[in-house]
Structures are given as structure tokens and as C-alpha cells.
Design a protein around this ligand. Structure first.
Ligand SMILES: [Zn+2]
Ligand SMILES: [Zn+2]
Length: 393
């Protein structure tokens, strides 16, 4: 066994320290190395135990006198000594409950909240107000709703405070009783041997007490499914994947706690006309090959209505014309997006006899240069094949 450090050294006090100095030095160390503040830190746990052991001896006048005279030997083997494992965590919490300001049950782990100066309590108080959780809800909306805004009502069920027991979970006239599993400590020690891990008590969930008789309406949970009817304003310009926050419409708070918020995740259905990319829209505009060749006016769908676009003679298939400000309204009031109109030349179909004759007449009039792409390809092919023929000779 490693040699033990001097107890005065452990607490960082002189041999002539007063009881108050010893107590205050121990409080500081216990706070610093408390397992609740250093979860999973074995070194901190050892320091915590070491300090507890030193304090246990030095704050007791009789033990301190023996220690001053005989050192660590004073406690070896005999009663009141510590085995190889030192003090166990349960011993520490049980022994120093009142120093830590423990309430009820002879003190214990729960008091650390006070000991730490009003910080979080390690054991949840079953009577304290509890804030409701935030909830999320997915809402599918039409493309048009996202573009122009809309109003929706949402009906959903959220956990709300049980009206029968006002969130206490206890049946009328019944009270809470000390938890039989953890004896009110809210924690239990798990693991075995030297490695002991502190865990939240599974029976009481760390509250240290259980219900004598649970409320029938909520089965002791303090909350019941509560229908919620919400009016939601969807702002114009909102995009797929946006999240709207509806304050206070999440799970209800308990015993005066604040309600959680509701987050509505928007799924925008795609449009059959427009493609959307942020604030910009894209639209395919079918154009007659005659208009594309001659130039002229084409109708372009925009969110605000059909706009007329004049395209120049010889407009190629796939050419894009950008219509400034004809995209999606800007949610933040800035400039709206643009609309990209893509020319898609449409092959004439369902021809009648006269139309067919007109096209045949046109075809007779066509020259090589009437179709420059075909002409270019034909020229390249001539070179290609002549090259081939030379190689094959
Ligand atoms: Zn318990
Ligand atoms: Zn209830």
C-alpha cells in the first residue's frame, strides 16, 4: 500500500489550524473534487476520498490528538481505521451530510446543491417547477404556400400538466415517501470491488422519494397527452427545410415551469412548373422552332403572372434568359431572387396537311447553310473519312 499523505498536508492547513479552518479547507477541496463535478475522473475521486478521510480525523478532537501523537499508525488495524480502499463514497456522503447542508434523511448527496452555493441540486426536487420540453413537428406545405405565404392550423398532442394532480403525480391526499432503493440519497453505487460508480437511482430517478399512491389520471407521471390547436403563419418566401419556432407551444411546464417551444419543420412539395434554388427560380419555356429562328415574343411563366420575353432571331435551344427580380420574395425584405427562363425548342407535332406542305416547301428551299451545325459536322466528317481512306490504303 502506498504511503499515505499527511492529513494536514492533504487539507493544506497548518498543524495549529482551528476547527473552522479545517472545515473550510475541506469544503473547498470537496467542492473542487466532488464526483458530480468531475464525472468519470478517478484521480479527482481519489482526492475527494483522501480529503474526506483527512477531515474525518482532523475535525474530531479525539482522533486528531491520536493522529498528532502516532500519525497514520493510530488508525491502522484498529476500530475506526480505514482499509486499503479508504473511505467508500456512501460513507463519505453519509458521514458529512450535515456539513454539506443535507436535508432530511440525515443528510446525504442531495445537500450538495446548497453546499455549492445554490448551484444545481444533485437530487431533483420533486416539488420544483419543471420546464416543458421543446417539441418538433414536420409540416408538408405546397410550393405555392412557400412562395406566397399561408396560414395553417396544426392539431397535435403534447405532454401537458395533469389537471388532476397539478403535475405532482400523486393521488389526492397521498404524499411522497422516501425511496426504499436509495434511502433518499437519489444515487446508488454500482460496480464492484474497488471500482465503484455512482449512478442515478433507477427507482426514483434521482429524486430520493417515490409516490405513495400515483395519480390515476397520469399514472404518476404528472403529465398527460394534451391536444394543442395552433395557428401558424407561414411567411412568403420560406424555403424547404426551414424551421419555424412557435414560442410556448411545446410540452407544458409543470408546477409553474415554462412551456417548451414548438419547432415546425417545413417540407415544401416541389412544383411541376418551377425549380427553386434559394431565392432563384428556373422555368423551362417551350418555344416554336420558327419563333426561335425568326425571333419574337415568347410567354414566360413567373410567380406574378405570365411575362413576355422577346428573343432574338437564331435563339439556340437551351439558351437561358434571366428575368431580374422575378424569383422568390425575400423573407428579410431584401431584393427578390431572379427567374431563369430556359428555351426548349419544341418539335411541331400533330401536323395537318397544310402545315405539312408548308414545311415540305420550306425544306425544299433549305440550303446547307440553313442548318450550320449539320453543315459543320458534314465538313468535319469529310476530313475524317479522307484521313481514314489514306490510312487504309
Ligand atoms: Zn431512489
Ligand atoms: Zn396526475
Amino acid at each position: 500500500m502506498a504511503s499515505k499523505r499527511d492529513y494536514y498536508e492533504v487539507l493544506g492547513v497548518g498543524k495549529d489550524a482551528t476547527a473552522d479552518q479545517i472545515k473550510s479547507a475541506y469544503r473547498k477541496l470537496a467542492m473542487k473534487y466532488h464526483p458530480d463535478r468531475n464525472p468519470g475522473d478517478k484521480a479527482a475521486e481519489e482526492k475527494f476520498k483522501e480529503a474526506a478521510e483527512a477531515y474525518d480525523v482532523l475535525h474530531d478532537q479525539e482522533k486528531r490528538a491520536r493522529y498528532d501523537q502516532f500519525g497514520h499508525q493510530a488508525f491502522e488495524g484498529g476500530a475506526g481505521g480505514y482499509g486499503a480502499g479508504g473511505m467508500d463514497m456512501n460513507d463519505i456522503f453519509a458521514a458529512f451530510g450535515d456539513l454539506f447542508g443535507g436535508r432530511g434523511g440525515g443528510g446525504g448527496f442531495g445537500g450538495f446543491g446548497d453546499f455549492f452555493g445554490g448551484g444545481r441540486a444533485a437530487r431533483p426536487d420533486p416539488n420544483a417547477p419543471m420546464d416543458g420540453d421543446d417539441m418538433s413537428f414536420q409540416l408538408e406545405i405546397d410550393f405555392e404556400e412557400a412562395l406566397f405565404g399561408s396560414e395553417r392550423t396544426i392539431d397535435l398532442t403534447v405532454p401537458g400538466q395533469c389537471p388532476e394532480c397539478n403535475g405532482s403525480g400523486a393521488a389526492a391526499g397521498s404524499k411522497r415517501v422516501t425511496c426504499a432503493t436509495c434511502h433518499g440519497r437519489g444515487i446508488v453505487m454500482g460496480g464492484g470491488g474497488f471500482l465503484r460508480i455512482q449512478q442515478t437511482c433507477p427507482t426514483c430517478g434521482g429524486q430520493g422519494s417515490t409516490l405513495e399512491k400515483p395519480c390515476r389520471n397520469c399514472r404518476g407521471r404528472g403529465q398527460v397527452a394534451t391536444p394543442q390547436h395552433i395557428s401558424l403563419k407561414i411567411p412568403a418566401g420560406i424555403d424547404n427545410g426551414s424551421r419555424l419556432r412557435v414560442a410556448g407551444k411545446g410540452a407544458g411546464g409543470i408546477r409553474g415551469g415554462a412551456n417548451g417551444d414548438l419547432y415546425v419543420l417545413l417540407r415544401v412539395n416541389p412544383s411541376e412548373i418551377f425549380e427553386r434554388d434559394g431565392l432563384d427560380l428556373g422555368v423551362d419555356v417551350p418555344v416554336s422552332p420558327i419563333i426561335a429562328a425568326l425571333g419574337g415574343k415568347v410567354d414566360v411563366p413567373t410567380p406574378d403572372g405570365v411575362a413576355q420575353l422577346t428573343i432574338p432571331a437564331g435563339t439556340a435551344n437551351g439558351r437561358i434568359f434571366r428575368l431580374r427580380g422575378k424569383g422568390v420574395a425575400n423573407l428579410r425584405g431584401g431584393t427578390p431572387g431572379d427567374l431563369s427562363a430556359r428555351i426548349v425548342i419544341e418539335v411541331p407535332a400533330n401536323l395537318d396537311r397544310k402545315q405539312r406542305e408548308a414545311l415540305e416547301a420550306f425544306q425544299k428551299l433549305a440550303k446547307d447553310s440553313t442548318f450550320p451545325q449539320a453543315q459543320s459536322l458534314s465538313n468535319k466528317l469529310k476530313i475524317f473519312y479522307s484521313h481514314r481512306d489514306k490510312l487504309r490504303k
